[in-house]
Write a protein that binds this ligand. Structure first.
Ligand code: F6R
Length: 364
């Protein structure tokens, strides 16, 4: 049942305020000031390294989480694509906890990576959307996302729910490791509670993004740029666009532009810049200006302060609510998804069942 939407993907994008709230609710203590994990939980003060492993979109959730854990909790984090990790057979040092992220909980490479870590890592954790899945069952502690069944092949609501759980874990790690006081944690949790309504506001940009998508649908290649935790999202935006619209898309960290991809810039290359008005904004804008100086067509996804500071010469823009640096990656997932969705609809491709793709990759 598509609930009145044209596609499952549209329905699942629209469900995000609700499922993010549901997911968050299960991990918040009754007093609203603490994070409660199932079972015997995790004490992050006893951990020296966190190893995050996943495939595809779930890997980009891990990549985002690295920024959070390092910045909020000072915890060293490794991130790996499961298919590389399992055959590289990396050394697992004492004090390492391994965490596997998967919507289906059945992805073959992720499961194999988990089995490699069993007996080597201090503990095996997972963030999964299917509680009875193999990855959940083989973990010492599995933390469910409550996204509900995801039918569209391109992952949307599962991704933002993974991010929600990972952000809660990073905040818990910050508290456990003495980087956040009780009051500081309570304050972060109270601003986190505004997330579902912020996501709802972001969904309101759908029509503006649809207009952008009609132009994007004409492109053969698209470049996504972001800095900090917007860099993993640039990857997620490029992956979504490739998967469902079949337009070639690439993601770069904004600071890498000069190290190669700037050679691609011409009047035919749309460049999507993810840039909330944060401490890295000016740097990203200077990269954006390098693109515009070479005739590149820029789509700026930002907030009202960002737009006021950098509106000259844009091809398109869309404006999102002002949020903290921590919440931004979850919020900007929405335009990344909507741009891909509307571009695919404009091209007339099969949004829910893109060619060559399976929902769950149970063979390597
Ligand atoms: C992208 C997508 C895939 C999955 C990947 C991992 O939209 O859906 O990249 O994210 O196959 O799947 P799970 O999360 O089930 O392990």
């Amino acid at each position: 049942d598509k609930g009145g939407h044209k596609h499952f993907m549209a329905k699942e994008i629209a469900e995000q305020p609700t499922v993010i709230a549901q997911t968050m609710q299960t991990y918040l203590g009754a007093d609203g000031r603490s994070i409660v994990l199932p079972g015997d939980g995790v004490d992050f003060s006893q951990i020296s390294r966190l190893s995050l492993v996943a495939c595809g979109t779930a890997f980009f959730a891990c990549m985002t989480a690295k920024y959070w854990f390092e910045r909020i909790a000072g915890l060293p984090v490794d991130i790996d694509i499961a298919s590389e990790f399992r055959y590289r057979e990396p050394p697992i040092t004492p004090g390492t906890v391994a965490l596997f992220v998967s919507q289906s909980g059945e992805t073959a490479d992720t499961l194999a990576a988990l089995r490699y870590c069993a007996g080597r890592a201090d503990r095996i954790l997972s963030v999964v959307n299917v509680p009875e899945s193999s990855i959940a069952r083989e973990s010492a502690l599995s933390l469910p996302t409550h996204a509900g069944p995801e039918i569209g092949v391109a992952s949307t609501k599962a991704f933002t729910c993974q991010l929600t759980v990972l952000l809660l874990l990073a905040l818990k790690a910050g508290h456990d490791r003495g980087h956040l006081s009780d009051d500081a944690l309570a304050e972060k949790l109270s601003s986190l509670r505004a997330l579902p309504s912020l996501v709802n506001t972001a969904l309101g940009a759908s029509d503006a993004l649809k207009a952008v998508a009609e132009d994007l649908a004409q492109a053969e290649d698209v470049l996504f740029l972001g800095r900090g935790a917007m860099y993993p999202l640039a990857h997620e935006g490029a992956l979504k666009l490739k998967e469902i619209s079949y337009i070639h898309a690439e993601a770069y960290a904004s600071g890498e532009l000069k190290h190669g991809p700037i050679a691609l810039i011409d009047a035919h290359l749309p460049v999507i810049v993810l840039a909330p008005h944060d401490r890295l904004f000016d740097k990203t804008v200077s990269n954006m200006q390098e693109v515009m100086a070479r005739g590149g067509k820029v789509v700026l996804l930002t907030d009202s302060r960002g737009h006021a500071a950098a509106k000259e010469g844009l091809w398109h823009h869309a404006i999102f609510p002002q949020v903290s640096e921590e919440l931004a990656p979850i919020l900007y997932a929405i335009p990344a998804q909507l741009l891909a969705y509307h571009t695919a609809v404009a091209k007339g491709t099969d949004v829910d069942q893109p060619r060559n793709l399976a929902k769950s990759v149970t063979v390597e």
